[in-house]
Write a protein that binds this ligand. Structure first.
Ligand code: AMP
Ligand code: ZN
Length: 470
């Protein structure tokens, strides 16, 4: 395997080899479930889905774990505002999150652990940290003492000297010894609802956000993970703190490869709830774009580049998906026809395209390179088809390649199956009959019925073709 990935900690491309040959353990930071995710969040989640699909296409098996942050300041605030117990409040947002993933054809992770179901595991980590001298308590809150972990900062290379050290500081909510220290356990405060508090050996309180991910990743993937991902805003302090807690507790390396995706931006700024510059998936769907076009746009820009979201770009993505879909349909027709024998040169060209798509993905999941190679092939296949030069056997092989490539992309319609095709072909034949009888009312009715289902007919010199609306 020649898969190379850009490791944030090393700041360079590394040859990726999983700890257990043939198997990847992957932890992907999930959403804070206090509202509907926006398409910026979804860019990161679609990228992680593509990553899993690439690994599988390379013959690796993958265990993906994605946590659900269902306890933190925002979820508590939301639950209180709506007068709901925390769990009932977060249940709703988890449901819409799963809906969005399904709409975008994301293959579900192996586990979606909820933080509130793992408080005992978190308490255990805090106990270990305390035994090893990494914590101190102040007014019911337990802090991680950064000064006790000399390699703190190794992931983010954050300039610690710019953060004032040693002075005892009171931030607005808690007292800590050093500004850089962070809470692993937050003591209960006035006004916090019981549904968000746990009675534990550490006292009454709730876990810090960073601790949640340390506990859930190590529980499901072991103390050393192959890959841990998130968007770039997670690098500091979230992932830096996860390292300090996990390695502080186990004494073992926590993560072998860190991958971080750049943001989706609008007008030069990160898309964020707090900025009000966001679209949710339903917002974009309501403007008439298909989920497959949205998925395509989100995955088409390589993950280490910012993705500038515009409706023009989405329009372009819809055309690209349509192009793939229409070629798929035409290859299907051609594959079923009688004709010349397969050509060796076409088979060689196909093998070349397949290798180029694979090489693109292996090069740090470079979607632009993979798509460039794929669309180069699409263009040639279209030209051969139009010239009537593509042998049915070659068309079948080309179609198989297209679908194989789509195993990673996930943008062709799932229903591109034989039964739908047979039904559409039968309707097209009925429409041709009606036209021969000059019964234009009947032929138009068939065309309209198909259009209402998103299936468009095109009259061409070679006969009637159909494709799905992108
Ligand atoms: P949150 O719910 O805020 O914890 O975010 C969930 C995930 O989405 C995290 O991995 C964030 O880093 C990521 N994220 C947030 N905003 C964006 C954005 N504009 N573009 C890409 N990813 C984002
Ligand atoms: Zn996390």
């Amino acid at each position: 395997m020649s898969l190379r990935l850009f490791d944030t900690a090393a700041r360079s491309l590394v040859d990726f080899e999983p700890l257990v040959p043939g198997h990847v353990g992957l932890y992907t930071c999930g959403p804070t479930v206090y509202n509907r995710v926006h398409i910026g969040n979804l860019r990161t989640f679609v990228w992680e889905d593509v990553m899993c699909r690439v690994f599988r296409s390379l013959g690796l098996s993958v265990t993906q774990v994605m946590n659900l942050t269902d306890i933190d300041d925002k979820t508590i605030r939301g639950a209180v505002a709506e007068g709901l117990p925390l769990r009932e409040f977060t249940d709703r947002h988890i449901a819409t999150f799963f809906e969005d993933l399904k709409t975008l054809n994301v293959v579900p992770a192996a586990v979606y652990p909820r933080a509130t179901d793992h408080v005992p595991e978190m308490v255990e980590i805090v106990k270990k940290l305390t035994e090893r001298g990494h914590t101190y308590e102040s007014d019911g809150t337990i802090w991680f003492r950064i000064a006790s972990f000399p390699s703190y900062g190794k992931l983010s290379r954050v300039d610690l000297s710019s953060m004032k050290r040693g002075a005892r500081v009171a931030d607005d909510e808690y007292e800590k010894e050093d500004v850089r220290d962070f809470a692993v356990w937050k003591g209960a405060k006035e006004g916090e609802p019981d549904s968000a508090l746990w009675e534990t050996d550490l006292g009454k309180g709730r876990p810090g956000w960073h601790l949640e991910c340390s506990a859930m990743s190590m529980k499901y993937l072991g103390e050393t993970l192959d890959i841990h991902t998130g968007a770039v805003d997670n690098i500091f302090p979230h992932h830096e703190n996860e390292i300090a807690q996990s390695e502080g507790a186990t004494g073992k390396p926590f993560v072998r490869t860190w991958l971080h995706a750049e943001h989706l931006i609008v007008d030069g700024e990160k898309m964020a709830k707090s900025k009000g510059n966001f679209f949710t998936l339903p917002d974009v769907l309501a403007r008439g774009y298909s989920p497959r076009a949205i998925r395509y746009l989100l995955l088409s820009v390589p993950y280490r580049q910012k993705l500038n979201f515009t409706f023009d770009a989405l329009h372009g993505a819809a055309s690209a998906v349509e192009r793939l879909e229409s070629l798929d349909a035409r290859l299907g027709e051609r594959a079923g026809a009688a004709g010349a024998r397969a050509s060796e040169s076409f088979a060689a060209r196909l093998a070349e395209a397949r290798a180029a798509v694979k090489a693109g993905w292996e090069d740090d999941l470079n979607s632009a390179a993979a798509l460039g190679a794929l669309f180069g092939f699409v263009k040639e296949a279209n030209t051969s088809l139009e010239a009537g030069q593509l042998a049915p056997e070659d068309a079948a092989a080309a179609r198989a390649f297209l679908r194989e490539a789509d195993g990673v992309l996930g943008v062709l319609p799932e229903g591109a199956d034989a039964s739908l095709e047979a039904e559409v072909e039968a309707k097209i034949a009925a429409r041709q009959d009606a036209r021969k009888r000059r019964d234009f009312a009947a032929s138009d009715a068939i065309r309209d019925e198909l259009a209402s289902r998103g299936i468009l007919l095109e009259d061409t010199p070679q006969g009637v073709r159909w494709r799905r609306k992108g």
